[in-house]
Write a protein that binds this ligand. Structure first.
Ligand SMILES: *[C@@H]1O[C@H](CO)[C@@H](O)[C@H](O)[C@H]1NC(C)=O
Ligand SMILES: *[C@@H]1O[C@H](CO)[C@@H](O)[C@H](O)[C@H]1NC(C)=O
Ligand SMILES: *[C@@H]1O[C@H](CO)[C@@H](O)[C@H](O)[C@H]1NC(C)=O
Ligand SMILES: *[C@@H]1O[C@H](CO)[C@@H](O)[C@H](O)[C@H]1NC(C)=O
Length: 283
């Protein structure tokens, strides 16, 4: 699926992607902070559950675009990107009730040029934030669909979340934590909304953004006409490093043993000049 996404170490190399129809760039990111921090959902307060944060070092409960931009460093490969990205922590709940943190084995953040309108992709605006996924879900919602019309088919928005069990043989991806016996790790993946209403930098119900009709491609709804970069994050959990012989279970920090409630957050902290050049000069 991402065969055309080429790993790059910096934006200078990103210009080498000119001509590609699919990729902007992707970057590897390590954990910068772990804790009950979520300046999007719970600004100024303790978050409801723990997250693993990658990206800018200034991330905190009161983070803003300016404070992120002033970070000393980022745990992602592109230094002009002082954004923060976060996903829930994964635990193993032992049979005796104690919780063990599953090691985070790194994330990959993809910035992709997708959508029928990809020639008009706009950079994420200053102060922009969004959340994809729903931490309360515990089953597959096959009825809430993306926008569609006669030409472009819709899709259950639940497909924004997928899991990949990395073992010797490839397994089909599923929208839930279908197999946790993965010798090379379990990868949780999330697609973000790529359509913006052009007005609000954030709304607590995320109604300022919408998914494309096919989530990773297609069209934007007329209510959300601004085409953004397609953001996609893979997070690898080192499930094989946990001794599971006592018969416990894997559970995400939002109390979710299914994975349907997996979610991801993005808080823009880009140097806007760099992001604008990178996004608008790729075609
Ligand atoms: C965040 O902002 C709130 C409200 O201004 C303040 O009370 C709190 O001390 C701040 N927290 C941190 C960690 O800066
Ligand atoms: C529960 O079991 C795990 C795995 O055997 C062990 O590491 C942990 O110390 C135990 N916790 C308690 C409170 O007994
Ligand atoms: C959604 O799933 C339910 C339960 O499996 C099923 O009965 C229903 O037909 C499905 N609806 C659609 C639109 O696929
Ligand atoms: C999970 O995948 C492993 C490795 O392929 C396989 O041996 C195991 O049977 C699978 N478990 C389940 C519950 O499907």
């Amino acid at each position: 699926m991402f065969a055309k996404a080429i790993p790059v170490l910096g934006l200078i190399l990103a210009s080498a992607l000119i001509g590609s129809v699919d990729a902007f760039w992707r970057m590897n990111c390590a954990v910068i902070q772990t804790g009950r921090v979520d300046p999007i959902v719970n600004p100024g307060k303790l978050a409801a559950h723990a997250h693993t944060i990658i990206g800018a070092s200034n991330i905190g409960v009161n983070a803003t675009h300016d404070s992120l931009l002033n970070s000393a460093c980022t745990s992602c490969e592109i230094t002009a990107d002082k954004s923060a990205y976060w996903t829930p922590l994964l635990y193993y709940e032992h049979a005796n009730g104690s919780f063990e943190e599953v090691p985070h084995a790194g994330s990959v953040v993809y910035y992709l040029g997708r959508g029928a309108n990809r020639a008009n992709i706009q950079p994420f605006p200053k102060g922009f934030m969004m959340l994809s996924g729903n931490s309360a879900l515990r089953s597959y919602d096959n009825t809430t669909m993306t926008y569609s019309n006669s030409q472009y088919k819709g899709r259950p928005i639940a497909d924004r979340v997928s899991f990949n069990c990395l073992d010797v043989a490839p397994m089909a991806e599923q929208p839930w934590m279908f197999n946790t016996s993965c010798r090379n790790g379990m990868r949780a993946q999330i697609h973000f909304q790529s359509c913006w209403n052009g007005v609000d930098l954030y709304k607590s119900d995320n109604s300022h953004v919408a998914y494309m009709s096919a989530i990773d491609d297609g069209i934007c709804p007329p209510t959300h006409p601004v085409q953004l970069v397609h953001l996609f994050i893979e997070t690898l959990y080192s499930v094989s490093s946990i001794v599971t012989s006592d018969g416990g279970k894997f559970v995400f920090s939002q109390g979710d043993p299914t994975g349907y409630g997996f979610h991801g957050d993005f808080q823009n902290g880009w140097d806007m000049d760099v992001q604008t050049v990178a996004v608008q000069n790729w075609v």
